[in-house]
Design a protein around this ligand. Structure first.
Ligand code: ZN
Length: 244
């Protein structure tokens, strides 16, 4: 599996960048995890958006879904230009019916509901979901193929269950929207220390901090997570790639 950071900012995109979006590739299968503001533009540094095989969304906050509408336009326009007839599935929870309904657009994209009750096969990848602690329903996802695992927390306040969910993953893509001494629980986000605690308890190989704050010195996030978690830590940056 290969994961590429398309956008890593919490809340809104930094200048010329994107909010949440990660490209996951395995065996020529390409899945976009979240599709926030700026993602459609940044994604084109790596691939043509209409070549996506699937999109999987954690929740319906704008910084995770803002570019779904323009993705649909891109696929529609490319269909006129190149005759590509495929329909791109967009997997998401259906706990918000109005938002879920928007994922189906003509036969361009089709919304497909996932749940946390059973694993879901998406192309060659097995996805498992877990509901997080966030002001709106949001799901973390564990993605597995050939004995490797990537876990993406989505947005969440600290929860004990996250460590079990991320157990022994190769990569933990963990939100860290707050600095260590802050309290993210009310906003439904984690601090860097909490991200470190999840990574340590889960015994993951690499902690990738993301959903970054727009203030302060980001290197402090790495330092704070490192107080608890002693293996490799990286701060997400656009275009950063990890090959598993
Ligand atoms: Zn959110």
């Amino acid at each position: 599996m290969k994961i590429t950071v398309i956008g890593c900012w919490g809340g809104y995109p930094a200048k010329n960048e994107a909010s949440s979006g990660y490209l996951l590739e395995y065996d020529d299968y390409r899945v976009l995890l979240d599709c926030g503001s700026g993602v459609l533009s940044q994604l084109q540094n790596h691939m043509k958006p209409d070549d996506l095989d699937a999109v999987v969304l954690t929740h319906y906050h704008a910084d995770h879904i803002a570019d779904i509408g323009v993705l649909q336009h891109a696929v529609l326009i490319q269909r006129y230009l190149n005759g590509n007839q495929k329909t791109i599935p967009i997997y998401a929870h259906a706990l918000d019916e109005a938002e879920f309904d928007k994922l189906t657009y003509k036969d361009i994209t089709k919304g497909i509901a996932y749940s946390d009750s059973q694993p879901l096969q998406i192309g060659p990848l097995t996805f498992t979901f877990m509901k997080t602690k966030h002001p709106v329903p949001c799901f973390a996802m564990r993605i597995e193929a050939e004995g490797q695992a990537i876990v993406y927390t989505g947005d969440s306040a600290y929860m004990e269950e996250m460590s079990e969910f991320a157990k022994d993953a190769n990569v933990l893509l963990c939100e860290s929207n707050f600095y260590g001494d802050m309290d993210g629980s009310g906003a439904g986000h984690m601090t860097a220390r909490e991200a470190g605690r999840v990574a340590e308890k889960a015994n993951v190989q690499l902690l990738l901090l993301t959903h970054l704050p727009h203030y302060g010195d980001l290197s402090q996030l790495k330092q704070e997570a490192g107080e608890v978690y002693k293996r490799e830590i990286a701060i997400a940056r656009k275009d950063m790639e990890f090959q598993l």
